[in-house]
Design a protein around this ligand. Sequence first.
Ligand code: APR
Ligand code: PHB
Length: 390
Amino acid sequence: MRTQVVIIGAGPAGLLLSQLLDLAGIDSVVLEKRSRAYVESRIRAGVLEDQFQELLRRAGVGARMDRDGEIHDGMNLAFDGRMLRIDLAGLTGGRTVRIWGQTEVTRDLFEAREARGGAVLDCAEDVIPRGFDGEAPYVTFSCGGASQRIDCDFIAGCDGFHGVSRASAPNDRSETSERVYPFGWLGVLSETAPVASELVYAYSPRGFALCSMRSQSLSRYYLQVPAATNPDDWPDDRFWDELRARLPEALADGLETGPSIEKSVAPLRSFAVGAMRHGRLFLAGDAAHIVPPTGAKGLNLAGSDVHYLSEALIQWYFNGDPVALDTYSDRALARVWKSQRFSWWMTRLMHSFPDDPPFNRRLQRAEFEMLEESQAAQIVLAENYVGLPY
Ligand code: APR
Ligand code: PHB
């Protein structure tokens, strides 16, 4: 079998790349180890930057998002019971974000690939990128027990943090940068009305809480918990009581509770590779970087990576121009690191770090008070939240 680009991973990065390349006339095959049903069921992020929304429209998968996804022109920080609204639109010349679950993005992308006859092979096992340090890369894998090989021009590693692509690249540990946080997020999905019309990021000495949503009848809440927390130790009543305890009283009093329809714990990590290109292997999305979800940047960074990589491949195939491929890694990492900074800053501001000395806790309060008093500080937050330029 032969194709132009083999894409490993059918998450948002892999599917979006495949769709954009297909629309430009470039063939690809997507190899996914999980079933489509499993990938579509994964509950992940939900805040889309305007540039990511535009990418989805360019890919022909923006209609449902534009129809059903809520536009938010503000978000809120709560600190020890005080609320501060960040007027995203007012501070950024009218820019907003849209609430649209990653499960919806992935569903629309799978359907779009299917409609165009795109090759997405799920249940691909033992996928291994090979020969990418030369001019004739290929990928081996098995499907239903039969060994397969696909020869190609390029390999895109879109297989997430635990994928095979980064692990197959030359392993120079000095190149990666990582920070692991001493806590995770316990997330709950419930068929209840959201406690507020916009997102609320709440700091309390008991720990961080986030009030989000998927629609006006489907709420998404998170609590900061110790990293090794077992969700089974958090029956719904305990979750709701702790969430109330971490929110400003006015919000807590209006909280609508109900049975959780999904409950899970996600670790928090900041991670980035030193290089997103290794010969003819290109990394994109979580395969190359992980940000703590506090800044809502993970899915949006997968978008900017795919934008840069798809444009670079188009330049190579149709103009014979290798410059964009040669500069892909530096260009993508430049935006990744500015989002790493923002995600770390939001995490540092809004979480209760267990071993923090009093000085650090007082700094957190000073940071919040500076945000309350400085429009310039709010503009920096707002510009990062709605999305830095591609
Ligand atoms: N072979 C084939 N597929 C693999 C392999 C492998 N060895 N390893 C992982 N995969 C698949 C996973 O099953 C997953 O479906 O690669 C896909 C990677 O998708 P994501 O982890 O969603 O990563 P990405 O597409 O970069 O999207 C980043 O999604 O994970 C969220 O919060 C994250 O919002 C971020 C966004
Ligand atoms: C979510 O709704 O899942 C969500 C929203 C904002 C974040 C993280 C997660 O920063």
